[in-house]
Design a protein around this ligand. Sequence first.
Ligand code: VGL
Ligand code: ZN
Length: 195
Amino acid sequence: MNEFAPRPGDALIIVDVQNDFLPGGSLAVPDGDAVIAPINGYAALFANNAHPVFATRDWHPGDHCSFKSRGGPWPSHCVAESRGAAFPAGLALPQAATVISKATDPERDAYSGFQATGLGRQLRARGVKRVFVAGLATDYCVLATVKDALAEGFEAVVLADAVRAVNVAPGDGERAIGEMRALGATLAQLKDVVA
Ligand code: VGL
Ligand code: ZN
């Protein structure tokens, strides 16, 4: 029996696959669009087997504290309701997917999909024990989401073929993967999950 085959108690969390994080966006993740095809595969697999699918989105007010205009580290990105904050046309989100908006408070950043969103409560309410995490970016929101998932007692599987890193410093993505593994996350890719 394949340990990564989705079973009852599993959920998929798609992190921040939004136009601004894709090539051409205001905070483009290198090769970020490469996550879309494998994520579409995971999303179909989970949805077709009635396993919950969640999609987080960075959903900032126009004057968010993380923006350079306010002394933060990032260019303006993912402003709520903007085209940059939208999911890309190529992302095949299942009808039943639950969208989780985060970092909506102008005065606080939130990399983790669990931060002030009720995601942990929603997962527990649906009997989820193990989360499969994909999306952008490996070294920020994927890392923070996986750390919080583990801290809240979920098992976490990082979908290695469906994450990409910003790499502000070279190697940040690899270090993030190492950190997640050290905390107890496992790594899988599409062929492990469908096998
Ligand atoms: C993210 C930087 C700023 C992410 C969000 O989704 O990883 N990174 N805001
Ligand atoms: Zn952000």
